[in-house]
Design a protein around this ligand. Structure first.
Ligand code: HEM
Length: 411
């Protein structure tokens, strides 16, 4: 039984810091009202979509369900503040996640090729070296640590810094911006920044990088974005900066939350830990199960362009919809024993990366990073033991564990 109205629970950042509560809420919705008209205090209303097949149906139809103008769930008060900060707009600049056709195809197309599995092989040795560095730091920590903060989180941030060609000395600055961007209402993660301040901080950081890439292009993705020309002219500076923000933001905590959440899930299911240790060939499947299990991206929003019938409900043109990926990933009609963590789950057609034309641009990079990470981690550790209470970030958007205190028994 949930003690808060379901409509208020859905946008409440605190819900996502309490996994039992989050999953109970979504299980109730999938059972009772999977296409749920939601009118929370302080938010404009929206439909909450919790069934896997419904989320897919919406994601597939980019012409009927638009990313603009409401791509994320913000309180009315915050939307007002954002409009003030941006001169009346819903956001600072357009990232590809906020674009519809034809722009989405054009601008996603700029970096799409760079993120394809074969193209990524080019940076595999560098990603491997960053994972190796993280393992060295891990071993140097002794036997007790906060695995999320000390190990899982820094590694994907460095991978992002690598692909954007940043100076590694800037790690604390970028980490602070990313934490602020995705902090939800978690004061510990925000460090006093909200998404507005974090975006301004990102812009201040990325502006000189974009200019430098135009002067001295290399083969990193930052150079490709900065030097693309459409109809003979460089693309708009705002779009270049938002592209960098999207990569820096989307690529960091998603991946760190997944590896920390995966380690916790294996601590709670020791037979899965043993299975993976005994057979490293299972790493690929294990990573997919970790992404399904953690679902670090909690939602994206769409806006209906036309009236649309879904499970007997009429979604009106102009209504917004919240796509609940963690719920789709526990859908009993799709996954056998969805609440069981099984590293060799097969098939595992999870929607942790979303679906359709907006499907995660960085998914092959995330997979590569996570597979390399676990291939190196597993031989080092006999087992992990939890030494305190794991804590999750209070955020309804992107995040997962923020503290994972562990004791390591080394091999
Ligand atoms: C485990 C790690 C990750 C997860 C679970 C994840 C999940 C997601 C999800 C659910 C979406 C929305 C898809 C949709 O609307 O259908 C998305 C979009 C996106 N992701 Fe990821 N992501 C991860 C890692 C990354 C990385 C490493 C990068 C880049 C370095 C990245 C860049 C992006 C971008 C740019 C988009 C917007 C794509 C578009 O709208 O066309 N993500 N991701």
């Amino acid at each position: 039984m949930l003690d808060q109205s379901i409509d208020d629970l859905i946008p409440d950042h605190g819900t996502y810091a309490d996994l039992e509560r989050q999953h109970q809420m979504y299980t109730d919705l999938r059972d009772g009202d999977p296409v749920h008209w939601t009118e929370p205090a302080g938010y404009r209303p929206f439909w909450t979509i919790t069934k896997y097949n419904d989320i897919m149906e919406i994601e597939r139809q980019q012409d009927k369900f638009l990313a603009q103008p409401r791509s994320k769930l913000f309180p009315i008060e915050f939307e007002r503040k954002m409009a003030e900060a941006t001169g009346g707009k819903a956001h600072f600049g357009r990232a590809i996640s906020q674009m519809d056709q034809p722009d989405h195809r054009i601008f996603r197309g700029i970096a799409n090729e760079w993120f394809m599995p074969n193209a990524l092989e080019r940076i595999r040795p560098d990603v491997d070296a960053l994972a190796e560095r993280s393992m060295k730091e891990f071993r140097a920590l002794g036997s007790d640590m906060d695995f999320y903060h000390d190990v899982a989180s820094p590694y994907p941030l460095r991978v992002i810094m690598l692909i954007l060609g940043c100076d590694f000395a800037d790690e604390p600055r970028l980490r602070a911006a990313t934490n602020g961007y995705f902090a939800g209402n978690d004061p510990e993660m925000s460090g006093g920044m909200d998404i507005i301040k974090a975006t301004q901080e990102y812009f201040a950081y990325f502006e000189p990088i974009a200019a430098e890439r135009r002067r001295n292009p290399s083969d990193d993705v930052a150079s490709i974005i900065a030097n693309t020309k459409i109809d003979g002219a460089y693309i708009d500076d705002g779009i270049v900066k938002m592209y960098y923000v999207a990569l820096a933001g989307a690529g960091h905590d998603t991946t760190g939350s997944t590896s920390a959440g995966g380690v916790l899930a294996m601590m709670q299911n020791p037979s899965e830990w043993d299975k993976l240790k005994a057979d490293p060939e299972l790493t690929k499947l294990a990573v997919e199960e970790m992404i399904r299990w953690v679902s670090p991206v909690k939602h994206f929003m769409r806006t209906a362009a036309v009236d649309y019938e879904l499970r007997g409900k009429t979604i009106k043109a102009g209504d917004s919809l919240m796509l609940a990926y963690p719920s789709g990933n526990r859908d009993e009609e799709i996954f056998e024993d969805p609440f069981t963590f099984r590293i060799d789950r097969k098939p595992n057609r999870h929607m942790g990366f979303g679906f359709g034309p907006h499907i995660c641009l960085g998914m092959s990079l995330a997979r590569m990073e996570l597979q390399i990470f676990f291939r190196k981690l597993m031989p080092l550790v006999k087992r992990f033991e939890l030494t305190g209470t794991p804590r999750w970030t209070q955020t309804n958007f992107v995040g997962g564990l923020k503290h994972l205190p562990v004791h390591v028994e080394w091999e």
